[in-house]
Design a protein around this ligand. Structure first.
Ligand code: NDP
Ligand code: MG
Length: 382
């Protein structure tokens, strides 16, 4: 039985991970479950999966969870400190990183340092601290199995013995505003942006998909996961979301990964790797697909993708600055405090104003993240 710690268990990826667990009775043991604020759902999950420990990172939720917990043998802990303590106390074989935001960096590094394999959905951690994650992974030899659908696709298309990987072709749906002109984009409301045409996901990533920041974060994620330079990572807008990404080799071969837009497929692959197991998710019907189309992304209407390329080109702590500013504007947009296109302006200004560090230490990253959030918040409040 593979023992799992699922961080972000109460979110979209976390709950779908538990659906994959349900599909294979006797194969997985849920040892640690962590959420942030949704203690009610965590409690329900604990009643079903009997973990040895559950954690919420929000203090008020912790008080409620502790009070309501009726699961004997299940310890309740609080905060990121609680997550780290749980990893020290309850042995697991794999950590599913399904929390949102750069808050995932500490437990991700901790798991890798302990040699625990990682099924990683939490892309912000790789964007904010990619070199730290890579160093920790190289040191312990733990595996990082990508859960992000594009990166799972790329991972499956990369031949371990190939000497001529040329290029990654990263596909993007284009989001709900793919065909909108710039004037219309100024008027976009949170409700419109929260309706993704192809995928059902958490709110933060859904907004990132609408601004193409999600694709920018994924370029940086691919850079760190596969060691491919950003110059050789090309984004293609593919509105059907059938091809989840492609890899081009030096002999002219292009390998593509196709499938339904269903996150249980990449989650399951990460959980069962290196094996591929049967699944009853809906099948891809290519006759119903009619056509597969590809467009170049428009960096004028969607400047966030350009900013992400600039951040990875600059290197150092710049992707961390980009990510922190984006987390701030993304939430501010959802709360009605920042316009759709204004999000890019605030990110660009934060990138210009936050001190640049070429070779940041862990402490530098923590400091950068804090400072960039502060600068972005001040800009929004003014
Ligand atoms: P959700 O918003 O649905 O869930 C986020 C999870 O993280 C929840 O369990 C939430 O807890 C928890 N959380 C929120 N804030 C914090 C915090 N500060 N510290 C610790 N935990 C926190 O997000 P998704 O499931 O959509 O996304 C999770 C990650 O996976 C993101 O990094 C996203 O980019 C990535 N991803 C998601 C995809 C998808 O299809 N959803 C596809 C590809 C990647 P609670 O709800 O209890 O407050
Ligand atoms: Mg993705």
């Amino acid at each position: 039985m593979k023992r799992l710690a699922i961080l972000g268990a109460t979110g979209s990826i976390g709950t779908q991970t538990l659906q994959v667990v349900d599909a294979f009775p006797g194969e997985f043991e849920v040892t640690i479950l962590a959420g942030h604020s949704n203690w009610q759902l965590l409690l329900q999950q604990a009643e079903k999966y009997h973990p040895q420990c559950m954690i919420v990172t929000e203090p008020a939720a912790y008080e409620k969870l502790k009070q309501e917990n009726r699961n004997p043998g299940c310890t309740v802990l609080c905060g990121m400190q609680g997550v780290l303590q749980a990893l020290d106390t309850y042995p697991v074989d794999m950590l599913v990183g399904a929390m949102s935001g750069a808050a995932g960096i500490e437990p991700t590094l901790k798991a890798l340092e302990m040699g625990i394999d990682l099924a990683l959905a939490n892309k912000e951690t790789l964007v904010a601290g990619g070199d730290l994650v890579r160093k920790a992974q190289q040191k312990s030899g733990a595996k990082i199995l990508p859960v992000d659908s594009e990166h799972s696709a790329i991972f499956q298309c990369i031949e371990p013995d190939s000497k001529c990987l040329n290029k990654i072709l990263l596909t993007a749906s284009g989001g709900p505003f793919r065909t909108w002109d710039k004037e219309a984009l100024y008027q976009v409301t949170p409700a419109q942006a929260l309706k993704h045409p192809n995928w059902s996901m958490g709110q933060k990533i859904t907004i990132d998909s609408a601004t193409l920041m999600n694709k920018g974060l994924e370029v940086i994620e691919a850079n760190w996961l596969f060691g491919v330079d950003y110059d050789n990572i090309q984004v293609l807008v593919h509105p059907q979301s059938i091809i989840h990404s492609m890899v081009e080799y030096g002999d002219g071969t292009v390998l593509a990964h196709l499938g339904k837009a269903d996150m249980r497929i990449p989650i399951q692959y990460a959980l069962t790797y290196p094996e591929r197991w049967q699944s009853d998710v809906p099948r891809l019907d290519l006759f119903a697909t009619h056509q597969l189309t590809f467009e170049e992304p428009d960096l004028q209407r969607f400047p966030n993708l350009r900013l992400a390329y600039e951040a990875i080109a600059k290197g150092g702590n710049m992707p961390c600055i980009l990510n922190a500013a984006n987390e701030v504007v993304n939430l501010a947009f959802r709360e009605g405090k920042c316009g759709f296109l204004q999000m890019s302006e605030v990110i660009a200004e934060t990138m210009a104003k936050t001190s640049f560090i070429l070779e940041p230490t862990y402490e530098d990253y923590v400091q950068t993240d804090r400072l960039a959030r502060q600068i972005a918040k001040e800009r929004i409040n003014n």
